[in-house]
Design a protein around this ligand. Structure first.
Ligand SMILES: *Cc1c(COP(=O)(O)O)cnc(C)c1O
Length: 411
């Protein structure tokens, strides 16, 4: 099987998976996930980093269980994600809780579970964690998420490290915030972190952010606050189309050169780069509809299964599995949802006939985890492939499941 052979996932034909499980269907390759994790572990080997997989990229329990088996920790952004990590056998002691809006119930749950630390995003949040820890007679481990104010050069919706973003504590307020945390008997300062954005293909802004954080680390040390870790977040991009391949090894070398000799542990929070290119979304062509100005290929997957094109105008490569060498024509590839924003690809050369199986590539990250029930569409099934083995890791949602949380009122 060659890299360009799009008709197989490892040793399993996509057509067999579609026949057995139906479409739309997410398919994940264990081998590709293993390779991605190994790539990180090897690149950063000398620093022995804690790799905390960002659960929001894809939160399927089997996937989380596999990351736990590989020794990963987890970066979570909600109580629901913590419940998933624990259900998957992940260690709370390797779990980091990020996010700007942690509720009282979520903070209590995390403290009771014994997470590694909270990535604190604001002073009001620091005060809330302090109050809850005090009430629970606990000491909350905290790391402050600092906004380094560097431009990540990515899509505005996934850029998070600029002054005007809602994320993190302003760089200028960092020292005061740390002093406030250090003064509380209910808080234990463990680290510092940042996460400047997602889908970065030029990794130099990450190094700029690291250097800005190291200045703070030194200033803190001078004022008697020593940190045990520095967390550089996630954000490493993947190749969806023709973007430059982010050079993880070069990034790792740059980080190593700046951290060597310092007694500080490295933490990373990659999401997309561990799973994005390990998954595809299989979909069947319902209709080919020639219209006045353009052709539409209408498929059974939609924006509720893969929101990225609608949300960010994102590109996903699409290939015809049934007829890879078929005659191509120019078309928009769209779903059945009643929104003009429901497209998976625009103005694409594609071969397609009713009944053909298509693969939407790079659908391992921010696809199933962003899925919704819009238009009362059940969420798609997910399958795990390992060599010639395949396992259903999420059943297709049935119509009765769609209705199961609702009650008839007496209206
Ligand atoms: C989303 C997120 C990540 C993961 O980002 P990727 O671009 O998927 O690597 C890491 N850390 C935080 C705080 C996040 O919000």
């Amino acid at each position: 099987m060659t890299k360009t052979d799009y008709t197989f996932c490892e040793a399993v034909a996509y057509t067999d998976l579609a026949a057995q499980y139906g479409t739309p269907l997410y398919v994940y390759s264990q081998e590709k996930i293993t390779q991605a994790v190994t790539h990180y572990q090897q690149a950063f080997a000398t620093l022995q980093p804690l790799i905390c997989y960002a659960v929001k990229a894809n939160s399927n329990l089997s996937l989380l269980r596999y990351f736990a088996r590989l020794g990963c920790g987890f970066d979570i952004v909600s109580g629901g994600e913590l419940a998933r990590v624990l259900a998957a056998g992940g260690q709370a002691a390797k779990t980091i809780f990020s996010g700007v809006g942690k509720s009282v119930a979520e903070i209590e749950f995390a403290l009771n579970s014994g997470i590694y630390c909270f990535n604190v995003e604001s002073l009001p949040e620091l005060a809330r964690i302090n109050d809850i820890a005090s009430r629970m007679h606990k000491i909350a481990p905290v790391s402050l998420r600092i906004n380094p104010d560097v431009d990540a050069n990515t899509h505005p919706y996934i850029s998070t490290g600029l002054k005007n973003n809602k994320f993190g504590i302003a760089y200028a307020d960092a020292l005061t915030a740390y002093q406030q945390a250090a003064a509380s008997p209910h808080l234990h300062i463990v680290g510092i972190d940042c996460h400047i954005g997602s889908q970065l293909t030029d990794l130099s802004p990450l190094i700029e952010a690291l250097e800005r954080l190291l200045l703070l680390v030194d200033q803190l040390a001078a004022s008697g606050i020593t940190l045990s870790h520095i967390d550089l977040g996630g954000g490493i991009g993947i190749v969806y189309h023709d973007e430059p391949v982010p050079d993880l090894a070069a990034y790792a070398r740059a980080v190593i050169s700046r951290l060597q000799g310092r007694a500080i542990r490295l933490v990373l929070e990659p999401g997309r780069s561990l799973v994005g290119n390990a998954g595809v979304l299989l979909t069947t062509v319902e209709y080919v509809k020639p219209a006045q100005t353009k052709n539409f290929v209408i498929v059974d997957a939609a924006m509720n299964d893969l929101m990225r094109p609608a949300l960010y105008d994102a590109y996903h490569h699409i290939s015809n599995i049934t007829d890879p060498a078929g005659e191509t024509f120019l078309a928009d590839i769209v779903g059945p949802v009643c929104e003009s924003g429901d497209f998976l690809a625009k103005e694409r050369m594609i071969a397609a006939q009713s009944g053909d199986l298509l693969a939407i590539h790079s659908a391992g990250a921010y696809a199933s985890s962003m899925a919704s029930n819009y238009n009362s569409r059940g969420r798609a099934a997910e399958v795990w492939v390992n060599g010639n083995q395949h396992h259903l890791i999420r059943r297709r949602e049935s119509w009765s499941e769609l209705l199961s949380n609702e009650q008839s009122c007496l209206c």
